[in-house]
Design a protein around this ligand. Structure first.
Ligand code: GDP
Ligand code: IMO
Ligand code: MG
Length: 429
């Protein structure tokens, strides 16, 4: 297996955790390269559910090295909690199977506070963030006042940088948001303690990964969020603050693009979105509950109900383009089992024009009306099926239509949340 990047090709929660868990059995390294604890990646093993936020979903496999790359917004509290939760479920988490980049930027309490206050102040234009401090942390990184893991390891550095940042943030809290400030002494003491607990995991992950490439080891890059939430290619400003597209894998780890051999895009057989922002194929209210309940469409991080809609080939074609997707994994096909009629969006009507590509302006997108192609449902359970040939005729037809519309082969079809509920399409017998 070559080096593979797995990206979400819609608005996140496509089932990347499950696909990574499956592909991880053939990999040596599993790497997170962007996002932070805003992500919630679910893996289900023999009925036991694991939700990973910062730690790569490969951690459930023995003998693999998991890496948190420099592009991740790293929340030490969330990390330590996640390590403890995994250990309590019998998963081995040590410095031998988990390494954190010293270059990753650290999330502080003032980032979370700012995230919440800014959202509250925005009123009707709120983004609906996860309030994990992601946006403010990346803003500090780009403003060149961020604090990195390596600063956390050095008390003098931490003291200096934290002093500067807290002074600036407290001014904002007081004068702009009319809110209490945060305490330097408390945060400094708390993060010194975190530093001591995290120290064993810290390493130069750029060197580790490039050495691994030299030795022909196999690396699996685990994207978080989804292409339409990408800071550059998503529905800006209703996006996250990192590069969730395949290019982010290079920036967020320090490996060059020529080392990436394949990009796999993960899509749901329909579409979901959490938070605000345009969503052209969103269901009318009667259909939302049907799919939401059957697909258990509630956020893995915040528990918020996810918005649901039909599959949008314009959205996914945009993702195929900006990620250079080679193969698609379709998840949650089983959720559509009881639908008598299934729509696929094949274009947008905007005023009297037809759009076949994804418009970058959300004001245009908000006015776009989907043009649907209707498909007959299959009205049969698919969750025990292991071979493509055994799928109901109309399910095969639906998948063939997606493949044709996207112009990319579908190699994985997921029909349930368990590791074993998977169909490899086109795999050599
Ligand atoms: P991620 O963020 O992309 O990893 O996705 P999430 O874990 O947030 O959400 C996907 C949800 O769908 C999780 O609850 C998974 O257990 C579940 N899931 C994944 N694949 C399938 C599938 O093929 N069928 C069903 N019914 N559930 C699935
Ligand atoms: P995974 O990796 C779905 C959404 C939030 C909000 C926007 C900005 O599980 O697919 P942020 O807290 O990042 O500033 O929020 O992005 N969002 C996600 N939606 N899945 C995710 O991650 C998400 N991470 C962030 O709901 O709309
Ligand atoms: Mg998720």
């Amino acid at each position: 297996m070559p080096n593979i990047v797995v990206v979400g090709a819609q608005w996140g929660d496509e089932g990347k955790g499950k696909i990574i868990d499956i592909l991880a059995s053939d990999a040596n390294y599993i790497v997170r390269y962007q996002g932070g604890s805003n992500a919630g990646h679910t893996v289900v093993l023999k009925g036991k559910e694991f939700i990973l936020h910062l730690i790569p979903s490969g951690i459930l496999h023995r003998g693999k090295v998991c890496i948190i790359g420099n592009g991740v917004a790293f929340d030490p509290m969330a990390f330590l909690e996640e390590v403890e939760t995994l250990k309590s479920k019998g998963i081995d988490v040590t410095k031998r199977n988990l390494v954190l980049s010293e270059k990753a930027h650290v999330i502080f309490p003032y980032h979370k506070k700012l995230d919440s206050l800014r959202e509250a102040k925005k009123g009707t234009t709120t983004i609906g963030t996860t309030k994990r401090g992601i946006g403010p942390c990346y803003a500090d990184k780009v403003s060149r006042c961020g604090i990195r893991v390596l600063d956390l390891m050095d008390s003098k550095n931490l003291r200096e940088k934290l002093k500067f940042n807290i002074k600036e943030k407290n001014t904002l809290f007081k004068y702009l948001y009319n809110s209490d400030g945060v305490s330097f002494d408390e945060i400094y003491a708390q993060y010194r303690d975190y530093a001591n607990q995290i120290r064993p995991f810290v390493g130069n992950t750029t060197i580790i990964l490039n050495e691994a490439i030299k030795k022909n080891k196999r690396i699996l890059f685990e994207g978080a969020q989804g292409t339409l939430l990408d800071i550059d290619h998503g529905t800006y400003p209703f996006v996250t603050s990192s590069s969730a597209t395949s290019g982010g894998a290079c920036i967020g780890t320090g490996i060059g693009p020529t080392h990436i051999d394949k990009v796999i895009g993960v899509v749901k057989a329909y579409t979901t979105r959490v938070g605000e922002g345009p969503f052209p194929t969103e269901f009318p209210s009667d259909l939302i509950n049907k799919i939401r309940n059957r697909g258990k469409e509630f956020g893995a991080t915040t528990g918020r109900p996810r918005r649901c809609g039909w599959f949008d080939s314009i959205v996914v074609k945009h993702s195929v383009l900006v990620n250079a997707i080679d193969e698609i994994a379709v998840t949650k096909l089983d959720v559509l089992d009881q639908m008598p009629k299934i729509n696929i969006c094949v274009g947008y009507k905007y005023r009297n024009k037809v759009y076949k590509f994804f418009p970058p302006d959300i004001n245009v997108l908000n006015e776009c009306r989907p043009i649907y192609q209707a498909h007959p449902g299959w009205l049969k359970d698919t969750n025990q099926i292991k071979k493509f040939e055994d799928l109901p005729y109309n399910a095969k037809r639906y998948l063939n239509t997606l493949k044709k519309l996207l112009g990319v082969k579908i190699t994985i079809i997921s029909v349930g949340s368990e590791r074993g509920q998977i169909i490899r399409w086109g795999a050599k017998k």
